[in-house]
Write a protein that binds this ligand. Structure first.
Ligand code: KG4
Ligand code: ZN
Length: 354
């Protein structure tokens, strides 16, 4: 597989990312341009603005991925690009770039599912990771438990019935007035280290439902009420954050939220492992991936669950858990090697036909 060289392009949400990966798993380059700074000023992802931000940097990001790999389009075997799920305006920026490049260099295109990419990148990290395996995918927009049978064949064991855990982290961080420039999740994880995780007894979601689905909307409401009842200002204000009493009560909420948010994951994973072993007794791995999987507390808690069940945890390094081009390139390789790709587009394809 050494001679396969794949460019991966990812623009489904707020990161513009590209990477070049070799068929043997060597990462030749990896570039991410984040809009977190921009988003922190506007309070969330506005599709039109996110599209413009992607358009501004996409050419540079892809060029740098090729330059860093010391390659040109001529050296590539194919181009992989995320085609969904995500904001359609944003996805289009990546798809148009991929098609233009593939047209010029006469390269096949592999359309990649964003969540499949989060799961399959674990096979690049852990080369012993064979199908079938269980995967927990936790990001800003999705919460999924899937049994992966083979490339392209997944059984969904659970999904969220409302919000994803990343969304709950982001909202809680915003309501606690944290600095959103580094992203809500990381900011909350950091503050939670200072707090007492048992100070507030938020209730664990969906206990009465003996399934593998998730719900974070109710926990979000509980957090909001806790903040309001303590009369904590929701404005981002570095001075009030530096006030020790004030900071302490915010940290307590952060830590208590995190404890319960992750307990919900633990309970669902435990059940999913039981279910999965009944369906596929041969599974040996639980993959945990997606932006929230870069959280140290999440990793530590889930590694306990997995140890107790006799499976092994595979959690990609943080830079491959949050959105990135490597996972797209790698998933492109997995499909490409199975003959699943589209022929090169015409070199002079008009933009509106893409
Ligand atoms: O996979 P991802 O980068 O993009 C989506 O596909 O949504 O996940 C982004 C989500 C955001 O909600 C972000 O706050 C969360 O992952 N996240 C974290 C951490 N790093 C990123 N959540 C908790 N702790 C973290 N360290
Ligand atoms: Zn993602």
């Amino acid at each position: 597989y050494d001679d396969v060289i794949m460019l991966g392009i990812e623009t489904s949400c707020d990161d513009t990312a590209a990477a070049v990966v070799r068929g043997n798993g060597d990462i030749l380059s990896q570039v991410v341009s984040s809009q977190a700074d921009l988003l922190s000023r506007y309070g969330g992802v506005a599709p039109k603005m996110a599209e413009e931000a992607h358009s501004l940097v996409i050419d540079q990001v892809v060029q740098r991925a090729l330059d860093d790999a010391k390659l040109t389009g001529n050296d590539l075997s194919a181009v992989a690009v995320t085609i969904g799920p995500g904001l359609s305006l944003c996805l289009r920026v990546g798809v148009q770039k991929a098609r233009r490049l593939a047209g010029v260099f006469n390269l096949p295109i592999v359309g990649v599912h964003h969540m499949e990419a989060h799961a399959l990148v674990a096979r690049l990290i852990e080369r012993n990771l064979q199908f079938p395996f269980l995967a927990l995918l936790i990001s800003g927009g999705h919460n999924l438990l899937i049994l992966a049978h083979k490339v392209g064949h997944y059984l969904q064991l659970g999904t969220t019935i409302d919000d994803a855990i990343g969304e709950a982290y982001d909202k809680t961080a915003r309501w606690l007035g944290l600095d959103m420039r580094k992203g809500g999740g990381p900011a909350l994880e950091e503050l939670a280290l200072e707090g007492d995780a048992n100070s507030i007894n938020f209730s664990i979601p969906m206990r009465q439902h003996k399934d593998c689905n998730f719900s974070y909307a109710g926990l979000k409401t509980q957090v909001r009420l806790a903040i309001e009842s303590r009369k904590i200002s929701m404005e981002h204000n570095p001075i009030s954050l530096a006030n020790l009493d004030d900071r302490r009560s915010r940290a307590d909420i952060a830590a208590s939220f995190q404890r319960v948010a992750v307990l919900h994951l633990e309970e669902r994973c435990q059940r999913a492992i039981e279910w999965a072993l009944k369906i596929e007794p041969s599974i040996k791995y639980l993959v945990v991936s997606g932006g929230v999987a870069s959280n140290k507390y999440v990793r530590a808690r889930l590694s306990h669950v997995v140890e107790n069940s006799g499976l092994e945890l595979v959690c990609p390094p943080p830079s491959l858990c949050t959105d990135n081009g490597v996972m797209v390139a790698w998933t492109g390789i997995e499909h490409f090697l199975l003959g699943r790709f589209d022929p090169p587009p015409p070199a002079d394809e008009p933009e509106d036909a893409m």
